[in-house]
Structures are given as C-alpha cells and as structure tokens.
Design a protein around this ligand. Structure first.
Ligand SMILES: C[S@@+](CC[C@H](N)C(=O)[O-])C[C@H]1O[C@@H](n2cnc3c(N)ncnc32)[C@H](O)[C@@H]1O
Length: 271
C-alpha cells in the first residue's frame, strides 16, 4: 500500500529538521499578507484577551500570535503548544528577542497538556487543516476552556483556491490538486459546526482571502500542482506549459489572481 499521509510538511507526522527554515519562511510571508493581518486583527479584537488571563495558542508556529496574547494578558500567562521542535525553538528565540513572556511547550491539539477548565482564551490558527481528527481537537478546546472562556479558531478552506487566468479545465485540475496537500482540506467550512458539536456557543464568523502578489507567480506552489497534474495523467505536459505561459504573461500585466480563503469563528463556553 502507498503512503497516504498528506503532503504538507506542517503535518505532525512529517516533521523534519531540514524543513524548518522553509516553514518559517512560509509563515512569515503569510503573516505579512494583508488578508492574514486583517483576519488576525478582527479575531484578536473579538477575542479580547484581558490582563491577568490565561491564554493558549494551539499550533503556535513561530509564536507571533502567542506574543500578541502575552502582551494582552500581562500579569497572566500565554502558552504556545507546538509539536514541531524546530518551530518551537524559533518561537522561543523570537519571544526572548522581543522580551515577551510567551512560553512554549510541546504537545498535540488532540491531547492538550492543560488541565480541564484552566484556560480563559484559546487561539488556534490554521492548525485544523493539518489534523486527522479535528473533532477531537474541538472537544479538547471545549475541555480546557473555563465556563465563559473564549476561542478564536481560524482556518483555510482549500476548495476556495482560485487561479486566473488559464484554460478552465486545466485550472480546475490544479486548484483541485491543492486539496491533497492537507489532511483536512475543507477545514474552514467545518469550524463552527465542530465547536458547536463540542458544546460551545458561536459568537461571530469572519473571513479574509489570502491573496498572492498579482505581479509574481508563486512558482513553488504552481509547479508542485502542475507537475502533480501531469504525473497523475490528468493534464498533458503541453497543457501544463501553456498554463505556465498564461500565468507568466498575466503577471507581467498585473492581471494574475491566486488566492485562498481563510475563515474564522469566535465562540465561548456557556457559563
Ligand atoms: C500553518 S502552521 C500555523 C502556525 C501558526 N498558528 C500561524 O498561524 O502562524 C500549522 C501549525 O500547526 C502545527 N501542528 C500540526 N499538527 C499539530 C497537532 N497535531 N497539534 C498541534 N499543532 C500541530 C504545526 O507544527 C504548525 O506550527
């Protein structure tokens, strides 16, 4: 039998030290994008972490949002749970450089190293797409929140991937290929239902598109999807190369569009 693990190097079964720099680069580029910044601003405002509270950032990555939470809960504590040792080391180093009180621990979203009802606010961003059992992670969030505690759960829905211009059928094969990169590619649309099923009350929903630079083709991603389409014999080499030419020409006239939408849910544990 073939290996059925998803391709993403963010999946906890695919951790390799040599990938750390690439993952940090990807997270930093995403953090700089307007869509991610807007969605984070909205979610932090809606979550309203307060001084003295206990905050948890599940799947903290480079720890940027753990640091934001640490500032908001001054006098309390903000902990990032991060299973990847390379990312955790970067998060610790960046927090120390920024003189942030954010701390980081190893752990899994499906078995959080936290006592029942011990947390005031939970942040969990773009992690559910990498989970084999996201329902268990939603139940864990409900377990660790105190009554009245709040959560901001944000994630991508890879079925919203758009690529323009190009032959419609070829584009559909490439954007459909994006679905195989994540263990839970439709994560974004399921978040509210998963939190509600875990017993939480939904307070607000939001979304932003992560839009790539319209003047620059994201070649690593486009080539990965295009080459995979050829390998699976869904498109010919000629169709792939024509699409690459169309995208290159579009980028030269600022007419390229490539995006994926991230959704957010704000919820709380009923008192
Ligand atoms: C796309 S990154 C997002 C990082 C950060 N939350 C952000 O938005 O910048 C996905 C993160 O989920 C983490 N992750 C993957 N599987 C996990 C699991 N089972 N439990 C907790 N975190 C996990 C990865 O190590 C990585 O840090």
């Amino acid at each position: 039998m073939g290996d059925s693990r998803p391709a993403s190097a963010f999946h906890s079964q695919n951790i390799t030290p040599s990938a750390t720099d690439r993952l940090v680069g990807a997270l930093d580029a995403q953090a700089a994008s307007a869509g991610v910044r807007r969605l984070r601003d909205w979610a932090h405002r809606a979550l309203t972490a307060r001084p003295g509270e206990f905050a948890l950032d599940i799947g903290a990555g480079t720890g940027s949002e753990t640091q934001v939470l640490a500032s908001a809960v001054a006098g309390g504590a903000a902990t990032g749970v991060e299973p990847n040792p390379g990312l955790r080391a970067v998060a610790e180093q960046r927090a120390a450089q920024a003189r942030s009180s954010a701390r980081f621990v190893p752990g899994d979203a499906c078995a959080l190293p936290v006592e029942d009802a011990a947390t005031d606010v939970v942040w969990c961003e773009r992690v559910f797409q990498h989970l084999d059992e996201p329902d268990r992670a939603a139940a864990e969030i409900a377990r660790v929140l105190r009554p009245g505690g709040r959560v901001a759960l944000l994630d991508t829905d890879w079925a919203t991937t758009l690529l323009h211009p190009g032959n419609a059928e070829v584009v559909a094969i490439l954007t459909g290929g994006a679905l195989s990169m994540a263990a839970n590619p439709h994560a974004g649309r399921k978040l509210a239902g998963q939190l509600a099923a875990a017993g939480l009350e939904i307070d607000d929903l939001g979304s932003q598109a992560l839009i790539q630079d319209h003047r620059k083709v994201n070649w690593p991603l486009v080539r990965m999807l295009g080459d995979s389409g050829v390998k699976r014999e869904l498109i010919t080499e000629q169709q792939r190369d024509q699409l690459y030419a169309d995208l290159t020409a579009a980028a030269e006239r600022s007419a390229l569009h490539m995006s994926v939408t991230i959704f957010g849910v704000i919820a709380h544990r009923p008192v």
